[in-house]
Design a protein around this ligand. Structure first.
Ligand code: ARG
Length: 460
């Protein structure tokens, strides 16, 4: 059979070059070749099992599909734009491989259920390596945490120094965020784990197919319930890009911190030379391009999420060609996130921390003022509001005298309340402040150690 067997003989003319240009999706959906062949093999086995095609025909089709898979994987196939998409390309290759029997493959299915099956399989398969990359980042962060239980870092609110925390406490905040990303990914995959194959174009089919069998062969939990919904549903793709968006948003927030930590006015970290760039004009510059691009590219993913939502919002049931755009958005978002994760993983392996500068930044601030207020509550039996007020007065005094809270003498402190004793001075040290935050989830080394143990058990 020389001509395309799926050609539309009822149309007087074939598609124009212009239509081909806008209609062809092979440049994008060639990435589905493995899932497409996997889906076709399961479909064929089911057709033979149900005697819709003969055993011999089934065997010939499966053999042919496996040969095509090998040929694609060894670079022996070039896909054709004029064959529109991956489904038509593979069907045409099958005709070349086994002849006319190839025509039996498309019995009791449509490209509508085929594409959504392939797409779900692709997300399922690729979510594994996505999860691995996120887990690796958690691992790198936990490793940094283990070494920095006692490294003092300014904790910020409003990007103003708020209270001292440990670097470990900071890293573990991200471990939790990425932990939520992983559970969201898992939820998304669990929800999409229903097999649309056999829904055919939209109405189901008159052939006696067995959708439970194809579900089993493809590793889906069960078949989808409504054929019309199955072929028009892209909720799973929206959810997947949402998972990627939120993940990339977390990466972007982390990137932002790395960027200002590396700023010479902070100088909290030294970036690895191979993950920074120089300037074409200023010979002294070391720019945090890697982190900046992680921050910048998250916008693309968030944009893709709204693109897909906008594609879907006006679509009637069931399939419309607008849906073909979904794969571009998912693939690009996925690739971008994987690259960002790799960059972040590399950064966390190589960043050098300048703990002296972090401590100095805390010491230059009055970050332990709330520790003094807490001490007053605990030792002088005042209410927190009274203690807060008293501490505020002490801060005002220190500011007026160009001093820091921790540098005030006991005599000076006693002028505000004669019962203030030497132990109040102790809580003004940032190291003590961190040590004292022993509440569950707090920054004390003792609490953080527990959090690390919990994180290792839960995530690694
Ligand atoms: N290439 C198409 C897509 O990605 C496959 C489905 C085509 N279905 C159709 N009725 N034209 O959406």
């Amino acid at each position: 059979m020389k001509k395309n067997p799926a050609r539309n003989v009822h149309l007087k003319k074939g598609p124009s070059k212009l239509l081909e240009e806008i209609n062809s999706s092979i440049e994008t959906d060639h990435r589905l070749y493995r899932e497409d062949i996997q889906g076709s093999i399961a479909h064929t086995k089911m057709l033979a099992n149900k005697k819709i095609i003969s055993k011999n025909e089934g065997n010939a089709i499966v053999k042919g599909l496996n040969k095509i898979l090998k040929k694609i994987e060894t670079g022996k196939v070039s896909f054709k734009k004029e064959l529109e998409d991956i489904h038509m390309n593979i069907e045409s290759l099958l005709f070349k491989e086994i002849g006319i029997t190839a025509g039996k493959l498309h019995t009791a299915r449509s490209r509508n259920d085929q594409v959504v099956t392939d797409f779900k399989l692709w997300i399922k398969n690729n979510s594994k390596s996505l999860d691995k990359n996120i887990q690796q980042l958690q691992k790198n962060l936990i490793n940094v945490s283990k070494k920095h239980l006692n490294t003092v870092l300014p904790g910020y609110t409003h990007l103003q120094i708020a209270q001292p925390i440990s670097l470990a406490h900071h890293c573990l905040a991200y471990v939790e965020m990425f932990g939520r990303d992983r559970t969201r990914l898992n939820d998304c995959v669990n929800r999409l784990n229903e097999n649309p194959l056999g829904s055919a174009a939209l109405a189901g089919t008159s052939f006696p197919i067995d959708r439970n069998l194809t579900s089993k062969l493809l590793g889906f939990k069960k078949p989808t319930v409504n054929a019309l919904d199955s072929v028009s549903d892209r909720d799973f793709a929206v959810e997947f890009i949402f998972v990627l968006s939120l993940l990339s948003l977390h990466l972007s927030r982390m990137a932002e911190e790395i960027i200002f930590w590396a700023n010479s006015q902070f100088n909290f970290i030294d970036l690895p030379d191979d993950l920074a760039t120089g300037s074409s004009i200023m010979p002294q510059k070391k720019n945090p391009d890697g982190a900046e691009l992680v921050r910048g590219q998250s916008s693309l993913i968030i944009g893709n999420l709204s693109s897909l939502l906008i594609i879907l919002k006006g679509l009637p049931l069931a399939y419309s060609k607008d849906l073909q755009e979904d794969k571009k958005l998912v693939f690009k978002s996925y690739d971008t996130v994987i690259l960002s994760l790799k960059v972040m993983n590399e950064l966390w392996l190589k960043i050098k921390f300048n703990s002296k500068n972090m401590l100095e930044a805390v010491n230059k601030s009055n970050a332990t003022a709330s520790d003094l207020a807490d001490w007053i509550v605990q030792e002088l039996d005042l209410s927190f509001r009274e203690a807060y007020l008293l501490t505020g007065k002490i801060i005002a005094y220190a500011n007026n005298n160009n001093k820091k809270l921790k540098d005030l003498s006991l005599t000076e402190l006693k002028t505000f309340n004669r019962n203030i004793s030497n132990s109040a001075k102790k809580v003004l040290s940032s190291v003590e402040s961190i040590k004292n935050k022993t509440s569950f989830g707090g920054t004390s080394p003792q609490s953080v150690k527990k959090t690390i143990q919990y994180a290792i058990k839960k995530y690694l």
